[in-house]
Design a protein around this ligand. Structure first.
Ligand code: GLY
Length: 354
């Protein structure tokens, strides 16, 4: 087992990474102390696969375990689902010393996390992420939220989990779409700060998913270590944490223009990373050959490297560059080379060659 500590002022949040860790959920949660009850929040995709394992492990550890199973997908990340969870928490008499456990991908982590952050003004949160994206990104760093019709993640909080358990073996049940979704974020860490991870991915990618799964413990650990470093420097996302958004300015714009029904987040980020890197390389901001290397890796991983057919005007408007904000300065994450990046202040001209 590998343990990565997120060091924040006044507290440390441990992330444990290890095969079959999910079976030991109960003993890890019990070791946090004081809790009598645990509400496991999960979705109807994950429940048939892992809910029994987690509930039995909690019960064997002497905890009273309850579950809330919600429909899967982003459309569940709403205020009304959150209210439903409050009623469930009330119904089970979850007190301040008890625990909310998020079992699933980013949607469950965000929703259960916000419930934990607000129930009785905050109860402890344990994250057991079951998607690659949640293991390497959303379960780590304390961002929790729900969506509004006006936009994604508009109501939320920074609320650090007391414990994160990443079990890479559960990733074997991911559908190809969810697998690709997480890989986009994995490549991102290699690009922005981890040249060794990028090298490892280049070595493993030709062997396909089996080869990557064989080294998933190391891959997840590297990503969590990278994210821990960034979050420790800038928990509240006011500066350094911005580098985690490499490829996201264009990626989010793609998702918005496609009404969240086209490319998945990780795939949109992959296309966004290539778009930004192509432009920054053309403008002499990025070492020559960087984009070619990035494209080769993404193609080998079967991730998109070109933008979907969206008119440039729509894409730039979605990036906040409509008439109202046309002259505003953008803070873009650009690569110096593979494994190193910086924030580049740019005007809309940056995207002229898109
Ligand atoms: N996913 C970006 C962040 O946690 O800041």
């Amino acid at each position: 087992m590998t343990t990565v500590e997120i060091r924040l002022p006044g507290r440390i949040c441990p992330v444990h990474i290890g095969e079959n860790l999910i079976r030991q959920t109960g003993s890890f949660v019990a070791s946090l102390g004081r809790a009598r009850k645990v509400l496991v929040v999960t979705d109807d995709n994950v429940a048939p696969l892992y809910l029994d394992t987690v509930l039995s492990s909690l019960t064997e550890a002497g905890l009273e375990a309850f579950s809330a199973v919600l429909p899967h997908g982003e459309s569940t990340k709403t205020l009304s689902s959150l209210e439903g969870l409050y009623h469930t928490l009330a119904g089970h008499g979850i007190t301040r010393s008890d625990i909310v456990l998020a079992l699933g991908g980013g949607v469950m982590g965000d929703l259960a996390g916000l419930a934990a952050a607000t129930w009785l003004r905050g109860v402890r949160l344990v994250q057991v992420p079951t998607s690659l994206l949640a293991q390497v990104d959303s379960s780590v760093g304390g961002k929790v939220a729900v969506d509004l019709p006006e936009g994604k993640n508009l109501v939320g909080a920074f609320y650090q989990p007391d414990l994160v358990l990443c079990d890479p073996s559960v990733l074997s049940t991911l559908t190809p779409a969810f697998w690709a979704d997480g890989l986009g974020e994995v490549v991102k860490y290699g690009c922005i700060m981890d040249p060794d991870l990028f090298d490892l991915l280049e070595k493993l990618a030709p062997g396909g998913r089996d080869a990557l799964m064989g080294s998933m413990h190391d891959i997840v650990s590297a990503c969590v270590r990278d994210k821990a470093k960034v979050v420790s420097e800038d928990e509240r996302d006011t500066g350094a944490r911005m580098i985690l958004n490499f490829g996201h300015t264009v990626g989010h714009a793609i998702e918005t223009c496609q009404g969240y029904a086209g490319l998945s987040h990780g795939c949109a980020v992959a296309a966004g990373m290539v778009a930004i890197s192509t432009l920054s390389e053309k403008q002499g901001l990025t070492e020559q050959g960087t984009t070619e290397r990035l494209v080769r890796l993404l193609e080998t991983l079967h991730l998109p490297v070109t933008l979907p057919p969206i008119p440039l005007h729509d894409l730039t408007a979605a990036m906040g560059m409509d008439k109202k904000t046309f002259n505003s300065t953008l803070h873009l994450v650009v690569l110096d080379r593979i494994g190193s990046c910086r924030i580049h202040k740019a005007s809309t001209d940056f995207f002229a060659g898109l």
